[in-house]
Write a protein that binds this ligand. Structure first.
Ligand code: XLS
Ligand code: NI
Ligand code: NI
Length: 457
């Protein structure tokens, strides 16, 4: 989810206090201190960026990225309350000067944290003007600064994307809008952002269908809308190739919020969409676990499904609150969930050019500036610990071996024929006549769970 709540009623803003130009926590770079005291939360106990695990550095396995919208545009506002997060670099105006100062602080923050990637929506970094031309001019100015800061810090762009959901023009959708005029506006916006992605060397480009869905079927021609989205994506592929932008295109599934039903419901829905419209060679998936749980699946389900079909491109690494059931975009702090994800990443040999993007926001009650740093450090360390555990699980090969054994009957002659799609019903019938009734094979769920628990000491 994004934080685009109005900044109004933030009466207790920074007022006339002097604004800062750097991230105001006195630390050069968060250190790796494996023996740090349990209360020392401004260091990594598990994340040692250059340490090699199963052939790659920790940094290369994770490819952590800071998202601009929550971390630098989040205000803490929610549907019931005004902003709670006033930042000492942000005067809460829409001026270019404010946008520039904010961006300088953001790069300082990322350098201190020690991440190598960031991500943003076009409208996170530059204010909209009165016309698209003016908006593009503002964006160009901010992209110049971003390019300069990327060079200076060595921080790269994991992905950029378009905000096609916050402005009132998009209230009936963007690519799925029944009004061609809005469709064209959205296309023009994506055209510009592909150019921006190329300029900043984005390694991916994300489409999250913010308002691509419906609230009532009474006014909605679903086939027309989904066809429109497919045409929109074809145009994106054509333009991307035309300008020579090499980033991987990604679609981020989500089942609901803000619409009642989003067309990109979950991983398998998106995969079916891509295959239906012949887009599966040009797109992969950006999976957000909080969206997966909103879809009624377990945390790692969509990561597993996308990877199984060789379409896992990147991960918006966050979590929801099972007792709330919204897209709460919390920092991932559950080592077991994270380990299940890192096991998939290990199994597929890495995520590049994707990464683990922290599409997460601090709680509106976490009002100290230092909470921004602590939250990221905690989440990175959670994933680092998870990677270490996942590597042990993989190296030991016990669970993988048990799973393989469970399917071993398929390596028989008939099994091999079934797997390659050449077996017949008659052959299966013959097999039963020869071998009689099958016996029961225990699924051993509790054995798997017990063994898994033993790795988390
Ligand atoms: C919203 C999405 C959004 C995308 C980028 O729920 O997670 O933040 O990641 O548009
Ligand atoms: Ni989300
Ligand atoms: Ni996301």
């Amino acid at each position: 989810m994004s934080s685009f709540a109005p900044a109004s009623n933030s009466a207790s803003g920074t007022g006339s206090a002097e604004l800062v130009n750097t991230f105001p926590v006195d630390i050069a770079k968060v250190p790796y201190k494996p023996d740090a005291a349990i209360t020392d939360v401004l260091c990594f106990r598990y994340y040692n960026e250059s340490e090699v695990i199963m052939g790659k550095t920790m940094q290369d396995w994770m490819r952590f990225s800071v998202c601009y919208w929550h971390t630098f545009r989040g205000t803490g506002a929610d549907p019931f309350g005004f902003p709670t997060l006033q930042r000492p670099w942000d005067d809460q105006t829409d001026s270019m000067e404010n946008a520039e100062r904010r961006m300088r602080v953001a790069f300082d923050f990322m350098s201190k944290l020690g991440v190598k990637y960031w991500s943003f929506h076009d409208r996170d970094i530059a204010p909209e003007g009165a016309t698209l031309q003016e908006t593009n001019k503002n964006l160009d100015r901010m992209v110049e600064l971003a390019s300069e800061l990327q060079q200076k810090t060595g921080i790269k762009l994991l992905w950029n994307t378009c905000n096609l959901f916050a402005h009132p023009r998009y209230c009936n959708g963007a690519a799925s809008n029944p009004d061609l005029h809005v469709f064209a506006y959205a296309a023009a916006q994506v055209k510009k952002s592909l150019e921006v992605g190329k300029k900043l060397g984005a390694e991916n480009f994300v489409f999250w269908g913010g308002r691509e869905g419906y609230h009532t079927l009474l006014n909605t021609d679903v086939r027309a809308e989904v066809d429109q989205i497919a045409s929109f994506f074809k145009m994106a592929i054509e333009y991307k190739n035309k300008i020579g932008f090499t980033g991987q295109l990604l679609i981020e599934p989500k089942p609901k919020e803000p619409t009642k039903h989003q067309y990109d419901y979950d991983a398998m829905t998106v995969i079916a969409f891509l295959k239906t419209y012949g887009l599966d060679k040009d797109f992969k998936l950006n999976i957000e676990p909080n969206h997966t749980t909103l879809a009624g699946h377990c945390h790692e389900h969509d990561v597993v499904m996308a990877s199984a079909f060789e379409l896992l491109g990147s991960i918006d690494s966050n979590t929801g609150s099972p007792d709330l059931g919204w897209d709460t975009d919390q920092f991932p702090m559950d080592v077991k969930n994270a380990a299940m994800i890192m096991k998939v990443v290990l199994d597929q040999g890495g995520l590049a050019p994707g990464g683990l993007n922290f599409d997460c926001k601090v709680r509106r009650e976490s009002t100290d500036v230092v909470d921004m740093l602590i939250s990221h450090v905690g989440a990175m360390d959670c994933f680092a610990k998870a990677l270490r555990v996942a590597a042990k699980i993989k190296e030991g090969g016990i669970l993988d071996g048990m799973k393989k054994e469970r399917y071993s009957s398929f390596s028989s002659e008939l099994g091999a024929k079934v797997k390659s799609g050449i077996a017949t019903f008659e052959e299966c019938e013959q097999f039963i006549f020869q071998n009689g009734n099958p016996s029961k094979l225990s699924g051993q769920q509790e054995k798997y769970e017990t063994i898994l628990n033993r790795y988390f000491l």
